[in-house]
Design a protein around this ligand. Structure first.
Ligand code: SF4
Length: 381
């Protein structure tokens, strides 16, 4: 291949300093993606079973990639890179593991007679539409495989590359229930550049929401994370919620910032340098826990409630225009208390088949080995 000359190594099972990348084929750097290294691996499995005690409303996930070039400072998934003996900072942003054979493995797993066609979620750990997807084009095969097998699925992303697959998703929606979620939170250009340097602009993501809904697809928006003292003023929230409503989102969920280990160090290092006056507040808020206090949650809920109503995205009467009334599935990875926005999960009542934690017979009593410990599969964009 034209970039063979840039191979860092050939698979002998490991690279120096990177013994934990199981199934490594080779590591490459290519001119089209400066600063990134792709570690191509052979996956042994594609479907990851969600732990039985999880409150997530889906029993399976798929992660096509590990690490994320979107490079969000606050990303929950950072620490999972340490299990590969990378660091959770710069390495997470630049050392991306690609499961190159994932579609083939997935098709085999979906073809098993025992597969019960339960809801499979994508984008619960790292973003499937980050830059690597432009090169490896795994998602079209994943979408086709899931739709052809009759498996409902959902995708959560910040990547506008999803637009490439809209025609495919329209076809898939004729075959299976599907849900689509887009995450966005930061509207100030400078803050966006500092905290989400690899993510398409908020405007581009709004355009993505519009493209999806114009195509007749559902699209729930996660307004997340709301940053205390940075993006939680009424004017910012009103502008954000108004723009999301105008883009045609089918629902919205507002989630405050949580700072888990891995993300905490990386985010606080930025805060100390960029907004030192906020450091004492953040240290108080996140001193003993990763999650914001109930007090802040209540305060934020009270602040956004009238804004959601004003823009027709509340779950009560004002939201009826978008059919967002009724029961809402909770268990959002990273914040299990909040509900999924309407449109981000496959439509209720359709054949999702099972409950979280239910494993197909072929995973018991000898589970198919997964590439990743279960806990790392469940974070949020
Ligand atoms: S928050 Fe999502 S988009 Fe951002 S770096 Fe993490 S996985 Fe990627």
């Amino acid at each position: 291949m034209r970039w063979d000359a840039q191979r860092l190594d050939v698979d002998d099972g490991s690279l120096p300093g990177m013994p934990s990348i199981r199934g490594l084929l080779r590591s490459v750097q290519v001119p089209e993606f400066p600063g990134l290294t792709f570690h191509e691996v052979r996956a042994r499995s594609a479907l990851n079973a969600v732990p039985g005690d999880s409150s997530m409303p889906f029993p399976y996930t798929i992660n096509t990639l590990r690490g994320c070039s979107h490079a969000c400072r606050y990303c929950f998934a950072r620490r999972t890179h340490e299990w590969l003996e990378f660091d959770s900072g710069r390495d997470f942003d630049t050392q991306v593991v690609v499961k190159t054979n994932l579609v083939d493995v997935l098709r085999k797993e979906l073809a098993r007679p025992s597969w019960t066609r339960e809801h499979v979620a994508l984008g619960t750990n790292t973003d499937p539409y980050q830059r690597a997807e432009g090169r490896y084009k795994l998602m079209p095969g994943v979408i086709r495989a899931l739709a052809d097998s009759g498996t409902p699925f959902s995708i959560l992303t910040k990547g506008t590359l999803l637009r490439r697959d809209v025609p495919l998703l329209v076809e898939a929606a004729q075959q299976v229930p599907l849900g689509l979620g887009v995450s966005m939170a930061i509207w100030d250009d400078d803050l966006h550049a500092a905290l989400e340097p690899g993510v398409p602009s908020p405007r581009a993501r709004l355009d993505l929401v519009r493209s999806l809904t114009d195509a007749g697809l559902p699209c729930g928006v996660f307004l997340a994370p709301v940053l205390p003292g940075l993006t939680d003023d009424e004017e910012s929230l009103d502008a954000a919620i108004g723009a999301i409503a105008t883009a045609g989102a089918t629902g919205i969920t507002v989630i405050p910032l949580h700072l888990r280990p891995g993300a905490r160090e990386w985010f606080m290092a930025w805060l100390r340098q960029a907004r030192p006056e906020l450091v004492p507040r953040y240290e108080r808020m996140y001193a003993r826990r990763a999650y914001v206090s109930a007090e802040y949650r209540t305060w934020l809920s009270a602040r956004v409630a009238p804004l959601l109503a004003r823009h027709g995205l509340d779950r009560q009467s004002g939201g009826a225009a978008r059919q967002v009334d009724g029961a809402v599935a909770t268990g959002v990875p990273g914040d299990e208390e909040v509900g999924f926005p309407e449109g981000s999960l496959p439509t209720a009542g359709l054949p999702t088949g099972g409950l979280p934690g239910v494993r197909p017979p072929w995973e018991t009593p000898s589970p198919v080995p997964t590439e990743e410990p279960a806990a790392e599969q469940l974070t949020l964009l």
